[in-house]
Design a protein around this ligand. Structure first.
Ligand SMILES: [Zn+2]
Length: 292
């Protein structure tokens, strides 16, 4: 997620459904519902977005997106995500304090202890989003951010859960910290934002690259090259909803039912068939976050 909002207008219309189901590997349903409330949601057909978790799941399923990973960004949203994952079989959760929140947390140890306790739950399948953000966090917050990142890596390893990484303008430092601490078995580079060279480096290390709506942006040619060097068994697709809405709806609010737009762009970028790609991404999702 990227907090700062440029979103305007209604939720986009539902795309043509996928025939082979796939997951949304990174979504913030709490913020999607907030967005929908702000737009006066009553029903998704009216372009106002999902009014409830049930709506969000149903509209995603109708688009061929049958599993969701709900991502926490602070202790309250992590708790909320776990509650949703316990109630809905289509949803699993990840828990964390976001790197842009980490410098603002009054007591990092207390927050990390909370995240550690939540991470023990069987419906929590990942620790994240955590990582480094050199774009929004200034030099004064970097130490706290890196300490928080290291704490989350420990928690992921302790519980054997996937590590979900937020990397904003911090490729080299992300790799440095993971080299210093030792990476968990499953590492997901959420909203992958590097070029082909960085993608190849992540692939070589066994990381999983999760591509968001940014891969559809006209300016994102290096990202499509990155997708091209990522084998399907190390590839995921995500919305990061309500952010990063794929073309042609960039700037409008995002939700899991819009995954087909991004997965079709990924298929075009990689030369894969859409069905085969969905099957491969589903298998990767099951390995990393499953079973649902
Ligand atoms: Zn996010």
């Amino acid at each position: 997620m990227s907090r700062k909002s440029h979103r305007q207008g209604e939720f986009p219309p539902a795309p043509e459904p996928l025939t082979v189901p796939v997951l949304d590997s990174h979504t913030h349903l709490d913020m999607v519902l907030e967005e929908a409330r702000a737009s006066g949601a009553s029903a998704i057909e009216h372009g106002n977005g999902p009014a409830t978790v049930v709506d969000a799941i149903a509209s995603a399923r109708a688009a061929g997106v049958d599993r969701l990973v709900q991502v926490g960004v602070d202790v309250p949203s992590s708790r909320w995500g776990l509650a949703v994952a316990r109630e809905h079989s289509a949803v699993v959760a990840t828990v964390a304090v976001h790197p842009n929140e980490a410098p603002r947390v009054s007591d990092v140890d207390v927050a990390l202890a909370e995240i550690d306790a939540l991470a023990a739950d069987p419906r929590v399948r990942g620790v994240g989003e955590t990582g480094l953000d050199m774009f929004r966090t200034g030099a004064d917050g970097r130490k706290a951010q890196e300490e928080s990142f290291r704490g989350h890596i420990e928690i992921a390893k302790r519980h054997g859960k996937a590590l979900v990484i937020h990397d904003r303008d911090a490729h080299a430092d992300i790799l440095r910290v993971l080299d210093e601490t030792g990476a968990p078995d499953a590492v997901v580079m959420h909203c992958f934002s590097g070029d082909g060279e960085f993608a190849a480096e992540c692939v070589r290390r066994g990381f999983v690259l999760s591509f968001a709506g940014t891969v559809t942006f006209k300016s994102a040619a290096p990202l499509r090259v990155a997708a091209g060097v990522t084998p399907p068994e190390q590839m995921l697709v995500e919305t990061d909803a309500p952010f990063l809405t794929p073309m042609p709806y960039r700037g409008r609010p995002n939700a899991p039912y819009l995954i087909p737009l991004t997965v079709r762009a990924l298929a075009a970028a990689t030369g894969a068939g859409v069905d085969a790609l969905c099957a491969a991404i589903s298998a990767t999702g099951e390995r990393v976050f499953g079973p649902w």
